[in-house]
Design a protein around this ligand. Structure first.
Ligand code: ZN
Length: 249
């Protein structure tokens, strides 16, 4: 590499670093404001004055913010940098793809689900509101029929328990881990006859949550998660989505 090329490379890297810094400062500002989705933080001109960087650096910072679903630049007279609401689906899917790429196997997946969802069930027993309990009853009453139609509905109960935990970290992790489990469930093994069995187990977990018995809820949920093993294909790493180009390589 020539000296000129090295200098140019350094300049590009320094400008990338500045863009990251500005993006981090804007993110910190949004958190400080209490994440006001939809609020305009300022026009490009105002942001250039505030952060004292070049237009190119600011645009790179905005590109990072848009990529992370933190804020986006809205054009037009009433435009400017608008605070976004991050999408849990997009985030949990990105996590699932990453774990898939990292080659997570069924045993590792269920090991984590056992810990995370056992804790979710225990917290649900402590924190669930009467409305959430009613919703859980409705969910369980309809579950048999839904699971008979598609095994994909077995995760609904798990997502509801995660939500009752009142811990957004739990909700995001359960979304990601259930999506990964679903991706490797063998549909042939997840037929009609297991719908009733799943519903019975979920009902038992629900009973301990309704009774406010955190430790029983944790134990039942953990045991249930480990039993999912028989429906999973654990011969190969999880594949959520496989790019076609890679198959040819
Ligand atoms: Zn289940």
């Amino acid at each position: 590499m020539s000296l000129h090329a090295i200098r140019q490379h350094r300049a590009v890297r320094a400008s990338g670093k500045r863009a990251e810094d500005v993006a981090a400062r804007i993110e910190a500002h949004i958190v400080q404001l209490g994440w006001p989705s939809g609020q305009v933080l300022g026009s490009e001109r105002e942001l250039l004055d505030k952060y004292k960087v070049s237009r190119a650096t600011l645009r790179e910072a905005v590109r990072l913010l848009e990529h992370h679903m933190v804020a986006r630049m809205r054009p037009g007279p009433r435009g400017g940098l608008v605070v976004m609401t991050p999408d849990a689906d997009v985030v949990s899917r990105a996590m699932a793809l990453y774990l898939s790429h990292a080659g997570v196997d069924a045993r590792q997946l269920l090991e984590m689900r056992g810990i995370v969802e056992g804790q979710a069930a225990a917290l649900a027993a402590a924190n669930a509101t009467p409305i959430e309990i009613d919703e859980m009853r409705v969910l369980l009453a309809e579950e048999n029929e839904l699971v008979e139609g598609s095994y994909r509905h077995t995760k609904d109960f798990h997502l509801h328990v995660a939500e009752m935990s009142r811990n957004p970290v739990m909700v995001l992790f359960v979304r990601c881990l259930t999506a990964l489990t679903e991706a490797r469930t063998v549909p042939a093994l997840a037929r009609k006859e297991i719908a009733g069995r799943v519903n019975d187990i979920h009902t038992r977990i629900a009973e301990s949550i309704m009774a406010g018995d955190a430790e029983t809820a944790r134990r039942r949920m953990t045991r249930h998660i480990h039993a999912i093993d028989e429906f999973l294909d654990d011969k190969s790493p999880v594949v959520v989505a496989k790019p076609k180009a890679k198959a040819r390589a």
